[in-house]
Design a protein around this ligand. Structure first.
Ligand code: FYN
Ligand code: ADP
Ligand code: MG
Length: 572
């Protein structure tokens, strides 16, 4: 440890924090410097950590969250007090909602002044505000407790159901000095931060009994399954059982989307018709229609039974009864199921798998026909067909995806081939994750990143193209530019201002990347898009492709139109 401000037998809060993070294998910090963390960011860089400095804290926070999902280590976001902290909080809450491990470390103002509300610089009781929005929140007041604070934060983020943790560090802490040897001793290297959780033998047997009796079984894989890194076990379970499976959006690629047992292309049919459904790291929330209603309303509506594998025991019965809860980590649970299945397990009934295959083939052929069309004005399909081919050629590339139509079409058109290569709007369906996720994906993996962005979605984090250029990251942003939210044709019935869903027509998004030294290209046709995307992936240069999409293409809220109040009221 070098120690620039202290004598060699002294250390301080700055260095204790750096050493505590490094001791636990944390190398990257996503941040935005300012009072009181500027000096910390400089010292951390001087000590060999990688500091990725953003233009807005929300994107630094989103980057930390994505880093957590991709690496199984908590991603670190570091913010300044009050406003910077609040900007990072959206990302912390979103990470917690998505079950991604991250730690938001924020500098804060002085306790004595904050607690008496005497009006400090950026005064705010940050710990109290963070608490309800994350898994755990801690404050460290003394340099000798930094090691414990970091260890507790790491354990809280990673163990059980992963999530976001807040760590509050008042400004004074950073310069607190202490004896270097005692400081070193105070640090903790966290042993086994995400302990395996072995399921009970009776719970495993209950699940196997249900599966064995199923006539129309279905497995749903969620992003928890992708996070768990039990890729080989999950593949064995699917293949050994012969059960059709449905990947939730971020579980795409856990097995290649082209796998014979994928039921993605006939989603509505399998959800409605399945009699036994096994959820693996997927919650029965709105994305699965809460396990009830029309989506699940086929012949087995009243008798359908659920098996749920999840690390969180309280997830069970959250929406509908779970007949066979299997609580434990996915790797252990799936291994136990495989062991229990033995060598003579009969595969899923063929009348069921055939019925699925027929419907699936029909839908895939229909999709192929649509994708083969080349309409005079580029639309979502003709543009996404290009991305689909690019990902097929580079299955190791990471796809980031947000928007409404741009999200929904890309999810079904762009096949994924490898686990944890798709990052998107997640459980909240949140806009603004784009550039933060893309930057973390590039920093953490070094792989090419393709960010498929609606023009509206891109606006939330667009300024971070400067960050992409500054760190020279291999990110290609494709803006699906249809001049507006959902589409570009809304009108204000009274004239005057534009409609609230409309943007400047013909916006030159490509110039945003050019402004910072990156490559900016306009693509009016699939051929132009293909050329630009191929070049971007080959060169690894920061690139933004302004893909001009038919402004009449797109529907209100994509495929979730029914959630808009007016449509929801009509349905009732
Ligand atoms: C899917 N499909 C396909 C294929 N893949 N057909 C042919 N080939 C391929 N490869 C079919 C599939 O069977 C469905 O048809 C349809 O395409 C859509 O598939 P998807 O996208 O899997 O299903 P759906 O119904 O849209 O999924 C529900 C959902 C999803 C809620 C899980 O919409 C989702 O993740 N939404 C997130 C939305 C969001 O967050 N938006 C941001 C806010 S936008 P059928 O089987 O006929 O149904 C704010 O306005
Ligand atoms: P999706 O949106 O893809 O359906 P969700 O985010 O709803 O997925 O569900 C993820 C689930 O995975 C959460 O309930 C979480 O508790 C669970 N989970 C996360 N990691 C693990 C793990 N290692 N083992 C078991 N369950 C996990
Ligand atoms: Mg748009």
């Amino acid at each position: 440890m070098t120690n620039d401000t202290q004598t060699s037998d002294q250390t301080d809060g700055f260095h204790l924090l750096i050493d505590a993070l490094k001791l636990n294998g944390i190398e990257n910090i996503y941040t935005l410097p300012g009072i009181p963390i500027t000096d910390f960011t400089r010292k951390a860089q001087a000590e060999g950590m990688r500091l990725i400095s953003f233009r807005h804290e929300q994107h630094a926070g989103n980057a930390a969250a994505a880093a957590g999902f991709l690496t199984q280590k908590p991603g670190i976001c570091m913010t300044v007090s009050a406003p910077g902290f609040l900007n990072g909080l959206t990302a912390l809450a979103n990470a917690t909602t998505n079950c991604f491990p991250m730690i938001l470390i924020s500098g804060s103002s002085e306790r004595e002044i904050v607690d008496l509300q005497q009006g400090d610089y950026e005064e705010m009781d940050q710990l109290a505000i963070a608490k309800p929005l994350c898994k755990a929140a801690y404050r460290v007041l003394h340099a000798q407790d930094i090691g414990v604070g970091v260890a507790r934060a790491i354990r809280s983020a990673l163990s059980g159901r992963p999530g976001g943790v807040y760590l509050d560090l008042p400004a004074k802490l950073f310069s607190q000095a202490m004896d270097a040897a005692a400081g070193k001793k105070s640090l903790i290297k966290v042993v086994d931060p995400a302990p395996r959780q072995i399921p009970g033998a009776d719970a495993v047997q209950r699940a196997l009994d249900l599966l064995k009796g199923a006539k129309r079984p279905l497995i749903v894989l969620g992003k928890g399954a992708a996070y768990a890194r039990a890729d080989a076990e999950i593949r064995s379970l699917i293949e050994k059982s012969g059960i059709p499976y449905l990947p939730m959006s971020m579980a795409k690629g856990l097995l290649p989307d082209t796998h014979g047992q994928s039921a993605s292309a006939t989603r509505s049919y399998v959800l409605a018709e399945a009699d036994v459904v096994m959820l693996v790291g997927a919650r029965l929330n709105w994305l699965l229609s809460h396990g009830k209603g029309k989506t699940w309303g086929g012949v087995n509506a009243d008798t359908r039974q659920f098996i749920q594998i999840d690390i969180s025991p309280t997830e069970m019965d959250s929406n509908v009864p779970i007949a066979a809860p299997l609580v434990g980590d996915i790797g252990s649970c799936v291994s136990a199921l495989l062991a229990g299945m033995g060598n003579n397990w009969s595969k899923a009934p063929s009348d069921w798998t055939q019925a699925i295959a027929e419907r699936k083939d029909k839908n895939i052929s229909k999709m192929a026909e649509t994708l083969a069309q080349n309409p005079p004005v580029m639309n979502f399909h003709s543009a996404l067909n290009v991305v689909r081919e690019a990902v097929k050629a580079r299955p190791d590339a990471i796809v980031v995806n947000e928007g409404a139509n741009t999200l929904d079409f890309a999810r079904s058109i762009v096949d994924m081939y490898e686990p944890r290569k798709r990052l998107d709007v997640g459980t909240w369906g949140i806009m603004g994750i784009g550039m933060g996720f893309a930057i973390a994906a590039a920093v953490e993996t070094g792989k090419p990143v393709i960010a498929i962005e609606g023009d509206s979605a891109f606006g939330f984090s667009g300024m971070e193209v400067e960050t992409i250029c500054r760190y020279n990251l291999p990110v290609c942003v494709i803006v699906f530019n249809n001049n507006g939210i959902y589409k570009g044709t809304d009108k204000n019935p009274r004239g005057g201002d534009m409609a609230p869903t409309q943007f400047v027509k013909g916006a030159k998004y490509e110039m945003m990347m050019q402004a910072f030294g990156g490559v900016g290209v306009v693509a009016n046709t699939p051929a132009e898009l293909e050329k630009a995307l191929t070049e971007a992936i080959k060169s690894g240069k920061p690139t933004l492709i302004n893909a001009i999409i038919d402004e009449t293409a797109g529907t209100e809220s994509g495929r979730i139109t029914s959630l808009n109040p007016q449509s929801a009221a009509k349905k009732k």
